[in-house]
Design a protein around this ligand. Structure first.
Ligand SMILES: Nc1ncnc2c1ncn2[C@@H]1O[C@H](COP(=O)(O)OP(=O)(O)OP(=O)(O)O)[C@@H](O)[C@H]1O
Ligand SMILES: [Mg+2]
Length: 195
């Protein structure tokens, strides 16, 4: 089994990417990247890639979204519920740890640990402590439940980042964080409804 550092040092180049792609986890739309499962050094990683989008789009929105998402993943380095960032491949793509799981949904009620809502709250609080508000946690594709029943937070393309403890963090972050807290209460309600 390769360690995260070993994989990191073997970040695929753009040229290697097609050869190493094992499947497409999600086909991107006009404004979203392809999400690829890539095998490197005997281990899987996930690559978000804007390269297949039209030239004008990948050079504008694509570059911007990749930069934005990288910023959030860097701010969240070491957060247990956030995939480890392996790095940027080029201006249009980056790679991160593969954290398999199922998308959060009402249908998981009764089939996940009772403390999942608390675990999710803790994960989100730890994210806010690092100055990051996610802003898209209502979307079920952005919260996975792993095989141990623990939450995984994904997709920081809409996230806003502040310097923890800074003036803006103290002033603005709580306002943004409220959106995340509303999403949490939605998931809490849905997970508590048993079939
Ligand atoms: N690190 C990861 N480990 C495991 N699965 C992942 C990972 N990153 C993404 N995925 C899978 O790919 C899907 C899409 O990823 P993500 O939400 O980041 O892309 P997106 O372009 O924002 O998609 P959407 O518009 O549907 O939110 C996730 O719902 C998840 O199933
Ligand atoms: Mg998403």
């Amino acid at each position: 089994m390769s360690t995260a550092m070993e994989i990191e040092s073997r970040l695929p180049t753009r040229e290697m990417l097609a050869m190493r792609t094992r499947s497409r986890l999600q086909r991107g739309g006009l404004r979203s990247p392809d999400v690829l499962l890539v095998e490197m050094a005997g281990a899987f990683m996930v690559v978000k890639d804007f390269q297949p989008r039209p030239f004008w789009l990948r050079h504008t929105l694509g570059r911007w979204l990749i930069r934005r998402e990288l910023r959030a993943y860097r701010a969240l380095a070491g957060h247990p519920s956030v995939p480890h960032l392996f790095g940027r491949i080029d201006a249009f793509a980056f790679a991160m740890e593969y954290r398999p799981g199922v998308r959060i949904a009402r249908s998981l009620a009764g089939r996940v640990p009772d403390d999942l809502p608390e675990a999710l709250e803790k994960a989100v609080a730890a994210m806010h402590d690092r100055g990051v508000a996610h802003l898209d946690l209502r979307h079920r594709s952005n919260v996975l439940v792993d095989r141990d029943g623990a939450p995984v937070l994904l997709d920081f393309a809409s996230a806003v980042c502040f310097r923890p403890g800074g003036l803006l963090a103290r002033w603005l972050l709580p306002r943004f964080a409220r959106m995340d807290l509303r999403a949490l209460s939605k998931w809490r309600d849905r997970l508590l409804v048993r079939a």
